[in-house]
Each structure stands twice: as structure tokens, then as C-alpha cells.
Design a protein around this ligand. Structure first.
Ligand SMILES: [Mg+2]
Length: 217
């Protein structure tokens, strides 16, 4: 039985309709004076993304600068979500699945996402999903997504007082990087084709299961 479900956010639970990408570009313009490189966001961590920016602009990593960048990004993200007119939505089946999982006292649900914790919270709040996710592993914990699984599991244990074996965990995500992250944790991954990748493309990475949308769960 899968007692710990760890969800990716973008392309899995919600689509921000460009509010997130635009906020990153706006933060780059504010902090670097330029929109920066073209970004491959799918499955990336925010810490990985800022390192791409720093490389692109030939700057050393400075914690104060990174903090300034992320606080600018968060401000822009919250504004874009609330007022930007981006066509964001909760993806099909997400609400029904989360509500069903919530009813089972033996099942715990958290996030496993490349978003920084503040960005994850802003997105989940905006779409009314925040109460489902009391803990998670985030893109401010490590730049390498494959290191986020153990962080999420440790926080699940701290929150619930229970331990979780890898086979009791289920990772749900929409990119090959989510599948790799689940494998690094030794846990099965359900890959959902509501992001940028098709069922066939996801299947090439051999997850436990591939589905068209969360409605299938
Ligand atoms: Mg995703």
C-alpha cells in the first residue's frame, strides 16, 4: 500500500498559464537587468534555474543576491497569479484525487517539487490546494532534484511521526526528471501526461505507471 504520496506541482496538479515563467523573467530583468537565457523549466528546480542565470551572466553565487532574486520572483509570482490574467487552472482529476486521499487516515500527502517553498505555497494557495500539503521537498533545498526525495520523506516523518519505506511511497509527476527523482529515492513513480511530455515520451523513462491525467487514479 502506498502510504505517502508526493506530488509535483507544475504540469501535475496545476498549470499556472505562464504566471510562473513570467515571474522568473521579471525577476531576471529586475535583478540582472536582462531577461536572461531561455529556460527549460520542466522538472527543473528553482535553485538550478538561478544557477543557470548566474552562469549566463557570469556572476558568482552570493546568498544575499539569491535571496533578493527569489523574493523578487515571489512578489511577481503572487501578483501575476492574482492580477496577471494568466489562464491558469487546476489539472483534471487533481481535486477529486486529493479529496479522496484526504479521507484515508493511513495516507499522507506532501509535495516533491522544484519550486522554492514560498513559490509552492503561493501556487497551492492560489488554486485552493494548500490545505492538502503540510510538508514537502522544495527547489530551495537542493538544486539537484534527485536529492529532494529524502528531504520530503524526512519532513513527512517529522510531520506524521511515522517512517516510510521506499515501496510505501508514490511519486506523482509530469516529467522524466520526476521519474528520475523517484528512482533516486527507490520509490515508484506515476507519470502523468498533463505537462509538456506525452504518454509515449514518459513511457520511455520506464516509470511504474503512465496515465493521461489524474482522473485515471
Ligand atoms: Mg512538473
Amino acid at each position: 500500500m502506498h502510504r505517502l504520496w508526493l506530488f509535483d506541482i507544475d504540469g501535475t496538479l496545476v498549470d499556472t498559464g505562464g504566471a510562473g515563467l513570467t515571474a522568473l523573467t521579471e525577476a531576471s530583468i529586475a535583478c540582472f537587468g536582462d531577461a536572461g537565457p531561455e529556460l527549460d523549466l520542466a522538472g527543473s528546480t528553482d535553485l538550478g534555474i538561478i544557477r543557470n542565470f548566474l552562469d549566463h551572466f557570469g556572476r558568482e553565487e552570493d546568498p544575499d543576491f539569491v535571496e533578493w532574486f527569489f523574493s523578487t520572483y515571489l512578489e511577481r509570482l503572487e501578483w501575476n497569479l492574482a492580477h496577471g490574467g494568466f489562464p491558469g487552472k487546476v489539472l483534471p482529476g487533481a481535486v477529486a484525487l486529493l479529496e479522496r486521499l484526504e479521507q484515508d487516515p493511513d495516507i499522507h500527502v506532501g509535495l516533491l517539487t522544484g519550486n522554492i517553498a514560498g513559490g509552492a505555497a503561493a501556487k497551492m494557495r492560489h488554486f485552493g490546494l494548500d490545505r492538502h500539503f503540510p510538508f514537502g521537498g522544495y527547489g530551495c533545498d537542493f538544486a539537484d532534484r534527485n536529492k529532494l526525495g529524502p528531504v520530503a520523506v524526512a519532513r513527512a516523518t517529522a510531520h506524521t511521526g511515522r517512517t516510510f519505506e521506499p515501496e510505501e511511497i508514490l511519486v506523482v509527476g509530469d516529467t522524466p526528471k520526476d521519474i528520475a527523482c523517484a528512482k533516486a529515492l527507490g520509490a515508484p513513480c506515476i507519470a502523468v501526461a498533463t505537462g509538456r511530455f506525452t504518454i509515449e515520451e514518459l513511457r520511455e523513462h520506464a516509470p511504474y505507471r503512465v496515465i493521461a491525467s489524474l482522473k485515471e487514479l
